[in-house]
Each structure stands twice: as structure tokens, then as C-alpha cells.
Design a protein around this ligand. Structure first.
Ligand code: ZN
Length: 405
């Protein structure tokens, strides 16, 4: 893509209404724009990051047998009254129609997915069922000060599983945890699987916590057991081995998995006829990943004083090609060649920008590899620098095209 056609502009100054470095760089680099506290526009480069995260997550859902659907954000209050969450959930956005009907803007979808499954489920032979969606969600968040990490409107993947018995639910829960680890590794995040209080229905839930200095959560980590424990349930020692010497980390929660058991299936009377003819309440699990939050977490974790450092798996483009020659002929050809080889490249073809401005902006945007053409180079050569490294290499363009970078 040509930078001259990108629509966005970058900013030299930090926005005054953001607290943390990652979101400041996302704003300055034009990845996102702010509409209000906790409400953002996703601009062309930011949208590409979201798309890449979504592709990784969809692949993971495929491994878990997930079937993709899309449920509404606008949800009748009756469903929420059935589960007791209409009055019980303080972050729920409530709106009234002209006909004075009450609706919720969904922060989660148990209230919709359970009646949906009930409509189609008749026998134990129909189980298990795994439904997921990637959708916009809403939270009436009183302290939306962490950019994309704690927004009022955000994009989430939520998966709901339905099981005949506890063993089936437990096995799937374990498998989901394994796939989650893989998903976060592919996104570029190192996460700690963390035990957290599971509410009334199960002793613990599992959170996937990415270590970050700007994180709002605190996790105690046992090296021996490779296990995290959320500060909220921490009783001074490791839950597995009892060790009291644990490392403390500030973290951002990017995913969580819960055993819901029969909490929501009971509320909607979701039952199946089992092999012995008896009726059984269906067991459930739910599994969330914050898509826009993961993007925010990556920005908070991977930055330096000059800008962002996107991990390759989710970078909007792999290469950033800058033309610093008076004559753009050479850069134009490289751009065409890279595109013909299906190599993702953002091409800074702007004539009105100085070499200095282009270089500063390239660091701010933080694509993994910077390519520079200049009059100093011989025919067929290009300058390559990996973001975050000082060393600049001269490489042959041919090598770049053939090499699997
Ligand atoms: Zn331990």
C-alpha cells in the first residue's frame, strides 16, 4: 500500500488525554482515533492489525471445532431479567426504545446464545455444541483511562460450549486453555495462565495475563508450577506446591475461560433427553479473547522511546519501504516486485516529506523491517533495518524477494 493513499497523518506530540505510552503511540501513529473516553475509531493501519489478530483467533477456533455465528449487540431486557443480570450487572448499558421497551447493549452473550441453542437442541446426540463470534461489545466503564485495554466499546471473540456431562466440559476446557496459549504466542504475547476466582459456580476460572508495566492487574507467578494466581484470590502461597516465594507481575488480561456449568442453562431451562430417557440440564463453558484489547496490550508492551514495535504475526505490514532518492524509479520497481512476490509492504512514496521525517515516522509506526532506497546505494541493493535494532544491512533486492523472511 502507498502511504500517499493511506488517508491518515501522524502526530509529533503526545495526545494529552491518554495516560499510557502504547495508546499514545497508537494515536500518534494514526492507528486509532479517539471519539470519546473509551471509544475509538480504528483507522486503516489499526484495522489491519485487528484483522490479523482475528485471523489467528479464527484459526484457533477451528482447532477447537468452533462454528462461527453473529449475535446481536441489541438485546431484549427480558433475557437479562431471566438470569438476574438486568439489575445485577453494573456495567450493563441499558437503553429504551420509543415504544418504551428496554434493551441492553451486550457486554457478553450468554443471554442470547442459550435461548438460541435451546431452539435447535433436542437430544444428547446433538451435543457437544461449540459456537463462537467476533463481535462488538459494550461496558459502561467508569474509568476508561487505559486506551484500548479498558474501553466502553470493544471487539471480542466469545466462544460458548455446551456439554452432556462434566467430564466432556472439563476436557474441552483443558483443550481450550492449550489453544489459547498458542493463539497468544502467535499474536506475539507471552501470557501467564492465571487462576482467578471463578465466582459461585466453579472454584477457579483461568485468565491469560500478559506481563506489562502499565497493567492494571497483579499476578503472582510460581516458576516451579508455571502457574499464575491473581492477586484478588492470592492467599500468600502457590495453589499447587504451597511455595511462598512467588514473583509479582503487573499484567493485562487478554483472555479468560470459565466453566459456567448450569448457571445459564438453568435460567433458560436448557435440557436434553439423555440415553436413559431422563432429562438433564446442559453444562456450559465460555471462552473470551479481547481482540481490540490484545492490540492495545501489544502496543503497551512493545514500544520504545521512538514508537511501536509490532510483532511480525500481527504487524499491519511486514516491510516499510522508504524512498529517500530524488528519483523514485528504483523504489517504484522494488514496490512492484515485493507486491508481485506477495510480500506485504507499506511504501512511503510521499514527495513532500523529507528523509528525516520519513525515518522518524517509520520508527513511530514500528513495522518489523524498514527498507530504504537512496542514491548512495548501487543498483540492485537496498538498506534493511529490523525495528528495534541499530544495525543497518545492505542486502540485494533479489535476496529479499527470494528469502523467506
Ligand atoms: Zn507452585
Amino acid at each position: 500500500m502507498r502511504q500517499s493513499e493511506l488517508f491518515i497523518k501522524t502526530f509529533k506530540q503526545d495526545p494529552k488525554d491518554e495516560v499510557f505510552p502504547g495508546i499514545k503511540f497508537l494515536r500518534r501513529g494514526g492507528f486509532v482515533g479517539k471519539v470519546g473516553a473509551g471509544i475509538y475509531n480504528y483507522l486503516p493501519l489499526g484495522k489491519r492489525v485487528l484483522d490479523k489478530i482475528e485471523a489467528i483467533v479464527r484459526q484457533g477456533m477451528k482447532e477447537l471445532g468452533g462454528v462461527e455465528i453473529l449475535m446481536p449487540a441489541l438485546q431484549p431486557s427480558e433475557n437479562w431479567k431471566k438470569t438476574g443480570r438486568w439489575d445485577g450487572l453494573d456495567i450493563l448499558y441499558k437503553i429504551k426504545s420509543r415504544a418504551k421497551q428496554d434493551f441492553a447493549l451486550g457486554p457478553t452473550h450468554e443471554e442470547i446464545v442459550v435461548p438460541l441453542v435451546k431452539e435447535f437442541l433436542s437430544s444428547y446426540r446433538d451435543l457437544p455444541v461449540y459456537l463462537y463470534q467476533i463481535q462488538t461489545k459494550f461496558r459502561d466503564e467508569p474509568r476508561a483511562r487505559s486506551g484500548l485495554v479498558r474501553a466502553k466499546e470493544f471487539i471480542m471473540k466469545d466462544l460458548y460450549s455446551f456439554h452432556r456431562d462434566e467430564k466432556d466440559m472439563d476436557d474441552y476446557y483443558e483443550k481450550a486453555g492449550e489453544v489459547y496459549k498458542k493463539i497468544f504466542t502467535q499474536i506475539g504475547l507471552k501470557t501467564i495462565q492465571t487462576k482467578a476466582s471463578g465466582g459461585t459456580f466453579s472454584k477457579f476460572s483461568d485468565e491469560f495475563q500478559a506481563v506489562s508495566e502499565t497493567g492494571e492487574d497483579t499476578v503472582y507467578f510460581c516458576k516451579k508450577c508455571v502457574l499464575g494466581i491473581n492477586k484478588e484470590i492470592f492467599e500468600g502461597k502457590c495453589l499447587e506446591c504451597g511455595d511462598e516465594k512467588l514473583d509479582e507481575f503487573k499484567t493485562i488480561e487478554v483472555g479468560n475461560i470459565f466453566k459456567l456449568k448450569t448457571k445459564y442453562s438453568e435460567a433458560f431451562d436448557l435440557k436434553i433427553k439423555d440415553a436413559d430417557g431422563s432429562f438433564k440440564t446442559v453444562l456450559m463453558g465460555c471462552y473470551g479473547i479481547g481482540i481490540s484489547r490484545a492490540m492495545g496490550a501489544v502496543a503497551e508492551i512493545f514500544n520504545d522511546k521512538n514508537g511501536l514495535l509490532w510483532p511480525e504475526g500481527i504487524a499491519p505490514f511486514k516491510f516499510h519501504l522508504l524512498n529517500l532518492s530524488k528519483n523514485a524509479k528504483r523504489a517504484e520497481k522494488i514496490y512492484r516486485d515485493l507486491q508481485n512476490s506477495n510480500i506485504e509492504v507499506l511504501y512511503d512514496d510521499r514527495e513532500e516529506k523529507s528523509a528525516g521525517e520519513k525515518l522518524v515516522e517509520a520508527d513511530l509506526l514500528g513495522l518489523p523491517y524498514r527498507l530504504v532506497t537512496s542514491d548512495k546505494l548501487k543498483e540492485g541493493e537496498i538498506e534493511l533495518r529490523k525495528r528495534g535494532e541499530k544495525e543497518v544491512k545492505i542486502v540485494l533486492i533479489e535476496e529479499l524477494l527470494s528469502k523467506n523472511f
